[in-house]
Each structure stands twice: as structure tokens, then as C-alpha cells.
Design a protein around this ligand. Sequence first.
Ligand SMILES: [Ca+2]
Ligand SMILES: [Ca+2]
Ligand SMILES: [Ca+2]
Ligand SMILES: [Ca+2]
Length: 167
Amino acid sequence: MKSPISLTKLIAGLLLAALSTSSMAVDLSTNRTNPNVYSDGITRYLPLDNAGNTFKWVFLSNLSTRAILYNAECAVKANDNNTWYNIDIEILSPNGVATKVSPTDNDNALCTSKGNNALANWSSNASQGTYKPVQAGWHRIRVSGNLVGYSAGDQVRIDDISLIVTD
Ligand SMILES: [Ca+2]
Ligand SMILES: [Ca+2]
Ligand SMILES: [Ca+2]
Ligand SMILES: [Ca+2]
């Protein structure tokens, strides 16, 4: 004898249907809430979680364009108004081709000094772009940063970041 469909199964089915028709799927979500302060002009890969990992793998199962969302709390200390923190978001495809996500492939300032020589004036700032995979599979994503216009005593502080890859 067949048992009738339970209410729980019915609700689960409806939830699955709702999820599968959703227009947004998150492929990667990571965050870091610990701060880093850098006191030089060196380009380095930024930690993407509280364990300090400087890259993440993300599985892209199809070739549709993804939104790449990077957000960080940022402050630059300098005694001028034009020392700024440049970031680049880079995605490595399974075929070995590295692509920098526009506009981070350019002279984009995540934040800029205020001329008061203080590591203050924190704000949460975003860099956002899109990426269209050329093949499905595992992609490596990482974010580099460097202080442009660095002079002795300048600093940058990065904290409270998130990096999201979504359909
Ligand atoms: Ca924090
Ligand atoms: Ca850049
Ligand atoms: Ca400077
Ligand atoms: Ca904070």
C-alpha cells in the first residue's frame, strides 16, 4: 500500500522547486574580519579568510557570466591626499589563463589618504566586476593590493573583507 505524501515531503519539494528556479546562485562566499596593516609599497596577495588563505577555489559549472564582488574596510595613512591603495582581482581559468577583473585591471583606488597622516577615516569600499568563464571547472581567485605613491611612513589598513562570486 502506498503511503500518502507527507506534508514535510511536500514542503521540501516546494522549497527545492523554489531554489531551482532562483535566478541567483552563490558560487563562492568568503570573508575575513581580522585586520592587516602594511607599511610599504609592495604588491601582495591579500588574505581572504581569518586563516590567512590568499586564494580561493571556486567551481564554475557553466559558462554564464558571474558577478565578482569584493568589499573591504580600508584606510590609508599619508601626509598627502593622493596616496592610494590599488587592488587587482585575478581569476585563473582551468586552462591556465589568468584574467584581471575590470575595473580592477586598471588604476582603481579602493581608498585614498586624507592628508592627516592618520590611519583613520575607515570606510567600507567595494570593487565589483563581471567574469565570463571560457570553460567550466575549478577556478582560482585571488586579490592583490599595493600602495601607490608610497613614501616612508605611509600605511594602509585592510579589515572586514568579503569576496563573493555569484550568478
Ligand atoms: Ca575587523
Ligand atoms: Ca587595479
Ligand atoms: Ca605618499
Ligand atoms: Ca572594522
